[in-house]
Design a protein around this ligand. Sequence first.
Ligand code: NCD
Length: 336
Amino acid sequence: MEFLGSNILSIDQFNRKDIDLIFKTADSLFPFASRQKITRVLQGAILSNMFFEPSTRTRISFGSAFNMLGGEVRETTEIEATSLAKGESLYDTSRVLSGYSDVIVMRHPLAGSVAEFAEASRVPVINGGDGDNEHPSQALLDLFTIKKELESHNKEIDTARIALIGDLKFGRAAHSLCKILMLYANISIKLVSPDKLKLPDFLISEFEKKNISILETQDIKEGIADVDIIYMTRIQEERFDNVSEANKYKGLMSLNQKIYTKNCEPNTVIMHPLPRDSRKDANELDDDLNQNPNLAIYRQTDNGLLIRMALFCLILGVADKIESSASSVSWFSNKS
Ligand code: NCD
């Protein structure tokens, strides 16, 4: 794809060459994300970060990524704080905001709304999660993490064995991850979820069309055996008709150190898009895994910064100007 000036709305936009370019750019940004060097390559540029659903990582990491490239960030975090609450259309909000910004990141509870917003925008729009549909930057950082983790065990994505576990029906992170994994024909996938929270049929058919080996099960012990990567997800409570309906599924798929030791191959990597639901009745990823060196969840969130910096560099056309813009850091930073 042509990155310059493009929206990032869905994983459908990318081929493997595009992903390689994003990953190469992300790698080149490591000295900047780890504060060994600084750059002002986006000096003067403005990001509007519009998050109309709860978010910690995605919002802050998009904002920090932009700041680390020297740009400024404006934020709105509630529909009620915008004129959308007064009946303004996405079209009008988009036309107006794109006059004030050079790029917009948007998260919205309705599937398809970010694409609708992007249609009206005069600047590139990145989908920070639209309802239960997609979360493309999350899938990119997840795949980047899978690649790094596997490489550290002398393995590669092409032949990876991956278990996706939890709410595969409503989880947009899982949907985008499935789409990106489909670009690697020799992988094998286990889909582990309660029957009512199965991956949507259209994604299963896509796997089948591509002859990718999939196994569906409701048994977490079967799911986590003989895989390289475990990708846990949260029950997406906010997408159910009511909380009591969601509560029926909480705690059904729960991983702790004992279950891990008993069922997993050594060095099975544990991932999660986060937030993990640490309430007692859910607890899909127990705290007792925190000291497990194969728990990659914080390496995953760190990688999010690199991927988001890379996306900004590519769509704003500065990827080849980063090195020449670098200077050293004159203040204390304990990032390593
Ligand atoms: C995910 C999301 O919002 O889709 N979180 C995130 O952005 N890292 C996953 C989730 O909320 O469960």
